[in-house]
Design a protein around this ligand. Structure first.
Ligand code: AMP
Length: 280
């Protein structure tokens, strides 16, 4: 596996591969790798000749300094996982490589996609995501890039960004990988105790029940019982449950409409747990 920290060497290696006719898949991450990340890597390996993974904890997308400071860092075990998966290159830049001293933070016109849901609770988060991806896509001009549906709003923002900037990389969205109890895997799950982590399956089971109610046309009952289910768990606070259109991310109360997704964040003993389920 190539281990790169430098912008020019990374781009040069990608270009060598491309000149030799290899296709390149790219999996951007912030490390603390788990099966969710590995599923993206496996998909990339299936669909491309070469797979590049980046590990970079992007400071500009954090709205809480303490969240950034305590973000889990497990580089040596991450490297072992990448070796085991047969990844061709790890790009692990320093902050000054992505944001050199003369870097000017950009503001992208995201047509409001960055304003609601996560964007509302974490102002500037998606602008930070776009700044880092703009840089990363230039350094790793891959044929395809892989993102998880767990961060659904992020996938919609990334599609928009690629169109806006004319980025030639195809965006591929991969399903949510879950722990045995249904909890969506996340690097932040490490912040839960083992016991809480075991209990946290109620978020997904509540989403499944919501979907069943929606299938039967019992929309109000579905939403009410979701809210009640969550509130019954000690230490669980529902930050939001929103039923939105999958393309526009606009909230809808026309529940008959097609292409809906339920997005939720539950704060469970101080840890924000994101999840979602398609409703059709
Ligand atoms: P992160 O390291 O949290 O920035 O995540 C890197 C990529 O992995 C993002 O595209 C995430 O959506 C994706 N990802 C994180 N958790 C999961 C999961 N449980 N299942 C599928 N993809 C995931």
């Amino acid at each position: 596996m190539h281990y790169q920290k430098n912008e020019n060497d990374t781009l040069a290696q990608i270009n060598v591969w491309k000149r030799n006719g290899f296709t390149v898949g790219f999996v951007p991450t912030m490390g603390a790798l788990h099966e969710g990340h590995l599923s993206l890597i496996r998909k990339s390996k299936e669909e491309n000749d070469k797979t590049v993974c980046s590990i970079f904890v992007n400071p500009t997308q954090f709205t809480e300094k303490s969240d950034f400071a305590t973000y889990p860092k497990t580089l040596s075990s991450d490297i072992n996982l990448l070796l085991k998966e047969g990844v061709d290159m790890l790009f692990n830049p320093a902050a000054k490589t992505i944001y050199p001293p003369d870097y000017k933070t950009k503001q992208y016109d995201l047509a409001g996609l960055d304003k609601n849901l996560e964007g509302h609770l974490r102002p500037g988060h998606f602008q930070g995501v776009c700044n880092v991806l703009d840089r990363l896509f230039k350094i790793v001009p891959a044929d395809r890039a892989y993102f998880g549906q767990k961060d659904f709003q992020q996938t919609v923002v990334v599609f928009h960004l690629c169109k806006l900037l004319g980025i030639q990389t195809d965006v591929v969205v991969c399903p949510i990988i879950r722990e045995e109890n249904g909890l969506a895997m996340s690097s932040r799950n490490n912040r839960l105790t083992d016991e809480l982590r075991k209990n946290a399956g109620f978020i997904f089971s509540s989403l499944i029940q919501l979907k069943q109610y929606f299938k039967q046309g019992n929309f109000k009952q579905g939403i009410d019982s979701f809210i009640k289910n969550i509130s019954e768990h000690d230490g669980a606070n529902l930050e939001y449950l929103k039923i939105v259109n999958m393309q526009s991310l606009q909230e809808t109360d026309n529940y008959e409409q097609k292409s809906k997704i339920a997005l939720t964040v539950v704060n469970y003993h101080g840890v924000r747990l994101l999840d979602n389920i398609r409703l059709d």
